[in-house]
Design a protein around this ligand. Structure first.
Ligand code: ADP
Length: 397
């Protein structure tokens, strides 16, 4: 069974075609600059192929993706009918979605109804769903939500300490994101440790350009660092993460900005980029810090300190922890930042082996034999989770 996975952003559309009999990736790619001009980069085992072609909207991008998948030179399928299902990444499911869902008119309307919680993300996700419907009207489509895994959080973790009426009226609360990744790596951790997920307390650190941490107790999310939106929590590539809310009107007044402009600054010009003035990319920050750039060093210090702080908080929240997992671009590759974070955690029984920690890009336990808390590096695979959920939902109908 072949499943097409779609991740539609405001001006981009990422795709992956998977053969689910052996969970192999047949092709993957990205359409960029949709609505501007249009570029598609398509990758198969034969290599990379780039097409520059006008893409006025997501439907046009989808048409090009299908043509490319069918292409005699770069394609991997002979007919559109080989695509048996489509799985979509949908960022916000609000409190409505606690699991993935087969898309029909009601589900589409429900995704639309929670769009005010994620105005930058859900509308493009819906555009992707509609573009697929237009080109493949009979193929079942499934929505997989970034927030769904975190719907098991108890009120003590998801409530903000504000007037309860604001929660009742507007559903203002912590939702959390990166759910597919936290779910996947926590399950992989259980497999690597050879223990049932139900018996483990795991803290998963998804450290990419966007970064979040999750406390997973018995296979269920019980707390996570992102909030109503992905702005809360860790300091990230360009996002500030946690700050005193009073900072916002203060910046508005001092810099003569609107609330929307300040939020834009906190999302796009803050975090590692804002602190260092160098870059949001950890490779650049590591290099600059090595050359003595103090601001780049400050940014790395803030990042590591905050990650370690959240790990401590979640260990307290779960009254213990068996394993800490590092994943995503930084978590999987930046051995220096892992070392820096773990140095704060020796009190709880974390001890990593420098030789093991120097390895990259594979699933491994980097702790010493004596360590009481295991530190694991596990590459994430959000597309695979989306494809698996899609297949499972179709198997159940
Ligand atoms: P996202 O999916 O949120 O865009 P990724 O999970 O792909 O992000 O992570 C991207 C980030 O990972 C880059 O911005 C960079 O900071 C970091 N990164 C990738 N490779 C390395 C590396 N070899 N060393 C250090 N950091 C890396």
């Amino acid at each position: 069974m072949k499943v097409l996975v779609i991740n539609a952003g405001s001006s981009s559309l990422k795709y992956q075609l998977l053969e689910m009999t052996n969970e192999s990736v047949l092709a993957k790619g990205i359409c960029e600059r949709i609505g501007i001009d249009g570029k598609l980069v398509h990758e198969t085992e034969k290599g990379k192929h780039t097409t520059e072609s006008p893409m006025p909207d997501h439907a046009a991008a989808m048409a090009l993706v299908i043509d490319t998948l069918l292409d005699t030179n770069h394609g991997v399928i002979a007919s559109k009918d080989e695509i048996k299902a489509i799985g979509h990444r949908v960022v916000h499911g609000g409190e409505t979605f606690t699991a993935s869902a087969l898309i029909n008119d009601e589900i589409e309307a429900a995704i639309e109804a929670v769009s005010d919680l994620a105005p930058l993300h859900n509308p493009p996700n819906l555009t992707g769903i509609r573009a697929c419907k237009q080109h493949m009207p009979t193929v079942p489509q499934v929505a997989v939500f970034d927030t769904a895994f975190h719907q098991t959080m108890p009120p003590r973790a998801f409530l903000y300490a504000i007037e309860n009426e604001l929660y009742d009226k507007h559903k203002i609360r912590k939702y959390g994101f990166h759910g597919t990744s936290h779910k996947y790596v926590s399950q992989q951790a259980a497999e690597l440790l050879g223990k049932p997920a139900a018996s483990l307390k795991v803290i998963t650190c998804h450290l990419g350009n966007g970064a979040s941490i999750c406390a997973v107790d018995g296979g269920k999310s019980v707390d996570t660092s992102m909030g109503l939106t992905p702005l809360e929590g860790l300091a990230m590539g360009t996002r500030s993460g946690d700050l005193d809310p009073a900072v916002i009107p203060f910046i508005m007044e001092k810099e003569n900005l609107t609330a929307a402009q300040v939020i834009d600054v906190l999302n796009k010009k803050s975090g590692m980029l804002g602190l260092s003035g160098v870059s949001s990319d950890f490779r650049d920050l590591d290099a600059a810090a090595k050359e003595g750039n103090k601001l780049a060093q400050n940014a790395l210090d803030v990042f590591a300190y905050r990650v370690a702080g959240y790990v401590g908080r979640y260990a307290a929240g779960m009254n213990g922890v068996d394993a800490i997992v590092f994943t995503a671009g930084i978590g999987e590759n930046d051995t220096g930042i892992r070392e820096k974070i773990c140095a704060y955690l020796t009190w709880m029984g974390v001890e990593i082996d420098p030789a093991l920690n120097a390895k990259r890009g594979q699933m491994l336990d980097v702790s010493t034999a004596a360590a009481k808390v295991r530190v694991l590096v596990i590459p994430t695979n959000e597309e695979l989770v989306i494809a698996r959920d899609t297949k499972n939902i179709l198997g159940n109908i």
